[in-house]
Design a protein around this ligand. Sequence first.
Ligand SMILES: Cc1cc2nc3c(=O)[nH]c(=O)nc-3n(C[C@H](O)[C@H](O)[C@H](O)COP(=O)(O)OP(=O)(O)OC[C@H]3O[C@@H](n4cnc5c(N)ncnc54)[C@H](O)[C@@H]3O)c2cc1C
Ligand code: HEM
Length: 402
Amino acid sequence: MLSESSAAVVTATLPAVQANGEAITGRFYQRMFAAHPELLNIFNRSNQATGTQKAALAGAVVAYAEHLTGGSAVPWGPILDRIAHKHVSLGITATQYTIVGRHLMAAVAEVLGEAVTPEVAAAWDEVYWLLACELVAREARLYTEAGVPENGSVWREWRVTEKTAETPDVVSFTLVPADGGPVPGFTAGQYTSVAVDLDGGRGQQIRQYSLSGRPGADHWRITVKRVRGTGGAPDGMVSGFLHERIAVGETLRLSPPFGEVSALGGGEPLLLVSAGIGLTPAMSALAHLAATEPERPVTLVHADRSGAAHALRHELPALQERLPNLSVRLWYEDAAGAELAGIKAEIAEGLVDPALVPLAPGAYVHLCGPVPFMTLVRGGLLGRGVLAERIAYEVFGPGMLR
Ligand SMILES: Cc1cc2nc3c(=O)[nH]c(=O)nc-3n(C[C@H](O)[C@H](O)[C@H](O)COP(=O)(O)OP(=O)(O)OC[C@H]3O[C@@H](n4cnc5c(N)ncnc54)[C@H](O)[C@@H]3O)c2cc1C
Ligand code: HEM
């Protein structure tokens, strides 16, 4: 709870902070990276360049201030979970909250000038630390559950044992711990962070990849789409590096499995809806169910550009054999010559029509794909009476659906 005096000050200054949000965020990162250039290796440089993530951190503090002062009824649990899981997958430490807090407060003071009296600074500091403490506590719990020792590193070396071209743009990497130790279990829907040292002195970059194989197997698998720059933008840094530079026998630094979104639900009919490379959590879920709950009613809806672009689809016939209640519905933008290669599926041409997505009563829904795709499907399912809390989704970038 925010103290009463701070709540009044925050309420009074919230509009000014909101109005200057972009300037504050910009100065915050400039100051922080100037003082701590090592943090450039933790933050996503492309998100910094495009501004995609820039606003997320400061934006969350402002939104939390609104929440504390009664100005918003947003449920914070899921937001805190998402941030905490992302943070621990990056190895964020409690000490770094002091650095972020110092530079964020300094940026607020710099941008708002004299309006930031000691009283105002203290009130916003209180907001920041209330949020920081919530996150640090959640993160400490996640580190403990993942077996990361206090002040220990999340990173572990994994050896690539197979590299498989799935489509012209997608490769899968099969990985085992390089130290020969146990392979951690995970829940279908979870991801690992992958840290790579880019060449040309470009430093370390970290990205998340959903585990696309069967939980409980003696190896992990990630399936990576190569991101091509369009309209003059550069190609994706890490996906390109993984495609081009990482061969069988080489090692990668991986975090333990994290991620708060389950692709499994709890035993009810399951509806997995994916588009493009968003199929990775769904493929993990299907592999898990084939091994553990083969009778579960499951519908897989997948959208892709074409049959040739649809990664891992060669696994579907074997999954269908093991999952008698699995039905598959495919939408290909270009279905011409879409060879079904043994898959029993209904196939349609064009974009997914949410009204035609098969829906079993009481289903648990898992969505993964581009944000506009998920927004469309989620909206359609809500309109058909599915409760919001029955629809889980994973965004392959910063943020959540609105
Ligand atoms: C939870 C989670 C799970 C994920 N699972 C998977 C998965 O299973 N498989 C998978 O393939 N991906 C997955 N992703 C996405 C993955 O983490 C990466 O975001 C993706 O591989 C792109 O990373 P990159 O380094 O190649 O691209 P980046 O270098 O991060 O580039 C991203 C985009 O920014 C653009 N850009 C960069 N710099 C500029 C600039 N200066 N100006 C304009 N545009 C610019 C690039 O052109 C590109 O379009 C997941 C993400 C999350 C968060
Ligand atoms: C109260 C303090 C903080 C808040 C409110 C906050 C908020 C956020 C939010 C909202 C995201 C985006 C999550 C997503 O949807 O993917 C994020 C990601 C991230 N945060 Fe934090 N954060 C805080 C502290 C920190 C600290 C202390 C660090 C470490 C220096 C940090 C580093 C990162 C990084 C590296 C990402 C991933 C995005 C990227 O790489 O650009 N954050 N944070």
